[in-house]
Design a protein around this ligand. Structure first.
Ligand code: AMP
Ligand code: GLY
Length: 430
């Protein structure tokens, strides 16, 4: 198969790394890709939302399968656009339709979907700009803390957890009336605060059948001990020890099944990955959010644990034959640690030369925000720069491998968290 993969992050490097291991892959193109994908595939200078360019490229390069990594082209409707082009009606694509992607693109849509399909989630109400008074009155009746969510995509920044009523009222007004998150907060979901431990479950689906991929836990805050600003993700581990068989079976029965059945029943085409962000509240799972793609950096910890052929999996998703695919998983543990540019998620300097060791025992190194400068040296070019995944028989071993490699990677002002997985190790000891 000739495969085109869209995206440029660590997630896409991990996808590419897995795809080229399959005997079913003939040529892999990545648009736009990064220096890591350039080592194993052919990078194409096309943005992931350049619909016209992507259409032409698929036509000219006999692409048999398109795999869409990030949410933006999905939410903007790339799948519907391509399927509406002459000769492309049947193009196999991994990535949901625009309507399916609305599960990530609109929090209100996803909450209504959950409500209709009896998927456990936090109680909520939605308000639009003309309903500030109703919204403020609603806030007065809720217990604290309370969660305010911009309805639309807000680059992971649109969620506010308010500890007191005054703060919540001010924030609601800022979001609805002062467009704090632009168009994304022209509607706001006000939601009950859930307590517990978070984890993410990834489901591959062709819209009818599904396979549950390994679960993962990510580390969102910049600082150790989960402190400081939110980031795209500073690390991830898989499996998650507190997600035992009993808990995962509740997730499948109460959440995965009704979600996939809901998609089918409501006629929402969805061939791709459903990423379910969950709260484990006293052993019961509640959905915090759906995403319509794999997570980053969770993908870097999840994909190395898939042992069955990955291109077969992608082809089965796009070709609606997932029911007959046998998913084989490794029982090993993966731990991913993300190295970022010093200063991220606020301002940071780019262009420092990166030195990477030749020997990286027990680890795979994925590129994200890297680039080649004019002289061809590898430099940092984004906030999240590299993701290093260690694999081991248990979490300690996986972490030791990841940090062993990380200690040998360097560039000026590089930063990473030294405590990825430590909360889980402490839980196990207790
Ligand atoms: P989201 O963008 O919906 O994933 O929200 C970002 C983060 O806010 C989540 O990862 C949670 O840590 C937190 N969060 C969102 N909704 C809730 C909720 N209802 N209760 C508690 N925490 C929440
Ligand atoms: N790591 C969280 C995400 O990909 O949305």
């Amino acid at each position: 198969m000739n495969i085109l993969l869209l995206g440029s992050g660590g997630r896409e490097h991990a996808f590419a790394w897995k795809i080229v291991q399959s005997p079913r892959c003939n040529q892999l193109f990545v648009a736009p890709g990064n220096p890591g994908t350039a080592e194993i595939a052919i990078n194409v200078p096309l943005g992931a939302t350049d619909f016209l360019g992507i259409h032409e490229f698929i036509q000219n390069h006999a692409i048999d399968l398109l795999v869409i990594g990030p949410e933006e082209p999905l939410v903007k409707g790339l799948v519907d656009y391509l399927h509406a082009q002459q000769g492309m009606e049947q193009l196999p694509i991994v990535g949901p339709s625009k309507l399916g992607a609305t599960l990530e693109g609109s929090k209100d849509f996803s909450k209504q979907f959950m409500r209709r399909n009896n998927v456990p989630t936090a109680a909520y109400a939605t308000f639009h700009a003309g309903q500030l008074e109703e919204g403020l009155a609603y806030l007065e009746q809720q217990s604290l803390p309370i969660v305010l969510k911009a309805d639309g995509l807000a680059a992971g920044k649109g969620v506010l957890i308010c500890e007191n009523l005054e703060e919540a009222k001010i924030s609601l007004k800022e979001m609805l009336v002062d467009a704090k998150f632009g168009e994304a907060s022209s509607k706001v979901v006000v939601e009950e605060f859930l307590t517990g431990i978070e984890l993410s479950v990834f489901v591959a689906t062709d819209g009818i059948s599904y396979k549950i991929l390994p679960e993962a836990k990510d580390y969102k805050r910049i600082g150790e001990g989960d402190t400081g600003l939110n980031t795209g993700g500073m690390g991830a581990i898989s499996p998650v020890p507190f997600a035992d068989a009993a808990f995962l079976s509740k997730v499948e029965e109460r959440i995965v099944k009704p979600s996939i059945q809901g998609l089918e029943k409501e006629g929402i085409p969805f061939k791709g990955f459903l990423f379910i962000g969950l709260m484990n509240t006293n052993g019961d799972p509640y959905v915090i959010e759906y995403n319509v793609r794999m997570g980053d950096p969770e993908t870097e910890a999840v994909l190395p644990r898939i042992e069955s052929d990955f291109v077969d999996l992608l082809a089965a998703i796009a070709g609606c034959s997932l029911e007959s695919y046998t998913l084989q998983l490794s029982s090993k543990t993966c731990a991913t640690v993300v190295m970022v540019s010093g200063g991220y998620p606020e301002e940071y300097e780019k262009g420092f030369s990166i030195s990477i060791p030749g020997e990286r025992i027990g680890t795979v190194l994925f590129h994200a925000g890297t680039a080649r400068n004019e002289s061809g040296s590898l430099v940092n070019s984004g906030g999240r720069v590299l993701a290093v995944t260690g694999m081991g028989n248990d979490l300690e071993e996986a972490l030791a491998s990841a940090y062993g490699t990380i200690e040998k990677v360097s560039w000026q002002k590089a930063y990473f968290r030294r405590d990825i997985g430590q909360d889980i190790l402490r839980l196990k000891i207790k």
